[in-house]
Design a protein around this ligand. Structure first.
Ligand code: ADP
Ligand code: MG
Length: 265
């Protein structure tokens, strides 16, 4: 009874979904990420902010081993998803990327129908028992992508025929179709107009209920609107990480302060 504030604080404590320790990334001789340590919470939107070239995308790509696909790229350190080392040689990167989905800067639907864009992942991962089951998965994913109503009457039309904002929501639906646990988004609104941006931001807020979402954004306004946690990167260092409100109102590091007040970046 008497210690209820403490109990409440405990309830607020989110599980750690991803723990990164001593992460270093090199592209040949370029040292792009320098000893980054961070714990990313479940059911939380975490924003990565910082000036262009500071390593936001590079670090994001470490979290689902997308950097494996870049020849010159070398990743060191330890990254655990639910306590399991994702760089362990027994981990299949394709399976990992189904669990840790990704949405890119430019909407990139496959040159296939809306239906097949969503069905692709569930098919290769054998998630559907039969056609009816696959139909259900597609419908559910499109609903979670907040685009079902706009496309339900034209599921067999090409995904590339949608507007930019619809394409991005289709890509988000495609990412959630494989039942991921984490969604990585690299500047997902940078190719969208303000209305489509608003729709995607609203969707990100809803996704937080079920997923751990990590979003790279060059817009501090967007970080402030959608995230609960913010990490500020500068020259490959994670300079400051904390509650979004605190980062924007009471930054602890002078570099963070310079950036949010517009002096660097
Ligand atoms: N594929 C790559 N090959 C070589 N260098 C790269 C590559 N991608 C990024 N870099 C370098 O790594 C650093 C961080 O880049 P990046 O992660 O793209 O930053 P941000 O997303 O914050 O703009 C930069 O110096 C950039 O030039
Ligand atoms: Mg980037």
């Amino acid at each position: 009874m008497y210690d209820s504030p403490k109990a409440e604080a405990k309830l607020d404590q989110k599980e750690i979904k991803i723990a990164a320790e001593g992460v270093q990334v090199f592209y040949g001789d370029t040292h792009a990420i320098k000893d980054v340590n961070v714990q990313i919470e479940d059911k939380t939107v975490t924003a990565f902010i910082g000036p262009s070239g500071c390593g936001k995308s590079t670090f994001l790509r470490c979290l689902n081993r997308m950097n494996d696909t870049i020849d010159s790229c070398r990743v060191e350190g330890n990254i655990r998803l639910d306590g399991e080392d994702i760089y362990d040689k027994r981990v299949d990167p394709v399976q990992l990327r189904a669990k840790v989905g990704m949405v890119f800067q430019k909407p990139n639907p496959f040159p296939k129908s809306i239906y097949d864009n969503i069905a692709y992942g569930p098919r290769i991962h054998g998630l559907a028992k039969n056609k009816a089951d696959l139909d259900d998965i597609v419908e559910r994913a499109l609903k979670r992508g907040a685009i079902w109503n706009e496309v339900k009457d034209r599921l067999h039309a090409p995904g590339t025929g949608l507007s930019g904002g619809q394409q991005q929501r289709l890509c988000i639906a495609r990412a959630v179709a494989t039942e991921p646990e984490v969604l990585l988004m690299d500047e997902p609104c940078s190719a969208l107009d303000p209305i489509a941006t608003g729709q995607v931001e609203e969707l990100i807020d809803e996704l937080r209920e079920n997923y751990s979402v990590v979003i790279v954004t060059h817009s501090m306004q967007q970080a402030a609107r959608v995230s609960q946690k913010t990490a500020f990167f500068h020259l490959g260092n994670l300079v400051e990480y904390g509650e979004t409100g605190q980062i924007f109102t009471k930054p602890q590091d002078p570099r963070t302060e310079s950036y949010i007040t517009g002096r660097i970046g």
